[in-house]
Design a protein around this ligand. Structure first.
Ligand code: UD1
Length: 425
């Protein structure tokens, strides 16, 4: 199909976005390699909002994932939800007007995702009166917990989007219940898993286990007796780390295991809370070049993608409140304990290696104990988590551009009104 030089713009902003967007850019490059004619090529523009800006929260991921430098960096930085979202929208609007993409891709559920989707959905290009089609990668996930800012971002973004790219079947069901027209919904698989599968070999070369003293230079994988078994911990959700009692419940569930080290790469917001809430005494802060100690909660700086993937693959268990890590451990076949009451990714519990432990100390400790004894034999990964989701996304975009109609939703409504009228006659 001729695309007449289709212009696609992708937005990334925060750490979990980078690995979701990277394979889409690669699939676009593949498409361009396979299509010689200029009219069939896709022109791609990468925008980084700057929601995450620290070297280890952003730059390290661009290196590890071989991402190109963003074409435009908005540099918005941190702020309250309203301030950050508004800053992104203000900075993004002139970029869309200048670049006039025909398709805007947003990924995940962070403030950058909803802010940019909102700008594009309300845009009108002077001249032909068109606006970009909005595509949401990782659509349809629902925790049904509206106290999570990400849940609000997911709902709003999905209802603004023209193309909804879904990772697991629960997402298709959720969107159907919310009345999203089915022709907008595409179950394509998981681009974050595309990245994981294509990065495993490179991650295997990471020396993070040796650096943290978890493996002697001649040691093997996690079943090797020369390796120190460890639990990998990540926590950053405000609901878990902003209140002292909630944070302590989780920390105390992790102590008292002298057979294992706990390795805790600390997100900047969590690091700040540890200081403010005076929780330093729970941690061994591993100095640069120092090793992790068995029986301790070893706090280390945030890690790059490949080092973290290597740690995850070699951990006896992962304890987390992240969404993406529930999926990554499912794919790796590593047991996971999620310290939340709910998950928007039910496939990780139904088919994967994840359990929801809630937020109470004893329940988390019990889940950890049980999960450490489960067999880690590989189960088959969820449907379409096969490393080819990005390819499918590009295919769907090409099949849906130019859009058949911009007012599809209104036609559906019209048909409903007409059929009701008929029913009353
Ligand atoms: C954001 C996402 C969350 C995602 C997480 C991954 C939203 C609503 N939340 O949460 O869904 O799981 O990213 O990390 O978009 N900070 C730094 N350096 C940085 C970035 C942040 O120090 O590079 C600190 C700042 O103090 C900032 C705080 O972390 O205020 C929170 O950052 P923010 O982007 O607001 O949200 P996250 O907690 O990172």
């Amino acid at each position: 199909m001729s695309t007449d030089g289709l212009r696609i713009m992708s937005v990334v902003g925060a750490r979990p976005n980078f690995m979701k967007a990277a394979p889409i850019m690669r699939a676009i490059e593949e498409h361009n390699r396979a299509h010689g004619g200029e009219a069939d090529k896709i022109h791609h523009i990468l925008i980084h909002t700057g929601q995450h800006y620290d070297a280890m929260m952003s730059d390290a991921f661009f290196q590890d994932l071989d991402l190109p430098e963003p074409d435009i960096f908005l540099g918005v930085g941190s702020g309250s939800h309203a301030a950050q979202t508004a800053k992104i929208m203000k900075a993004f609007e002139p970029v869309v007007l200048a670049e006039k993409p025909q398709v805007l891709l947003v990924v995940g559920d962070v403030n950058s995702t909803v802010a940019c989707a909102m700008v594009a959905a309300k845009m009108t290009y002077v001249g032909d009166g068109s606006r970009p089609l909005v595509g949401h990668v990782e659509a349809g996930l629902r925790s049904f917990d509206r106290s999570m800012p990400e849940e609000i971002n997911r709902i709003v973004t999905d209802h603004l989007s023209d193309l909804l790219f879904v990772t697991e079947e629960s997402g298709v069901v959720n969107l159907e219940h919310e009345g999203v027209p089915p022709d907008r919904v595409h179950l394509v698989g998981n681009t974050m898993i595309d990245t994981l599968l294509s990065s495993l070999a490179k991650a295997g070369e990471s020396t993070i286990l040796e650096k943290l003293g978890l493996k002697s230079p001649e040691g093997g994988d996690r079943n090797d007796r020369r390796s120190t078994p460890f639990i990998l911990l990540t926590l950053h959700r405000p609901s878990n780390v902003d209140r002292r009692e909630a944070f302590i419940e989780i920390l105390e569930s992790m102590i008292g295991r002298d057979d294992m080290a706990v390795v805790f790469p600390v997100h900047p917001r969590t690091r700040a809370r540890i200081g403010e809430l005076k929780l330093d005494r729970y941690f061994h802060f591993v100095p640069d070049g120092g090793g992790a100690i068995a029986g301790k909660l070893n706090a280390v700086d945030p890690l790059g993608y490949l080092d973290f993937l290597n740690l995850m693959k070699n951990a006896s268990l992962v304890v987390t409140d992240s969404g993406g890590i529930q999926e990554e451990t499912t794919c790796l076949g590593v047991p996971c304990v999620t310290v939340r009451e709910n998950t928007e990714r039910p496939v990780t519990v139904l088919e994967g290696t994840n359990v929801l432990a809630g937020l109470r100390k004893h329940a988390i400790a019990e889940a950890i104990r049980k999960q450490l004894t489960v067999s880690t034999e590989r189960r088959s990964p969820p449907r379409l988590w096969d490393g080819r989701a990005a390819e499918r996304i590009v295919q769907v975009i090409l099949e849906n551009y130019p859009p058949r109609t911009r007012t599809g939703g209104r036609f559906v409504a019209r048909e409903m009104i007409d059929s009701r009228r008929t029913a009353h006659v």
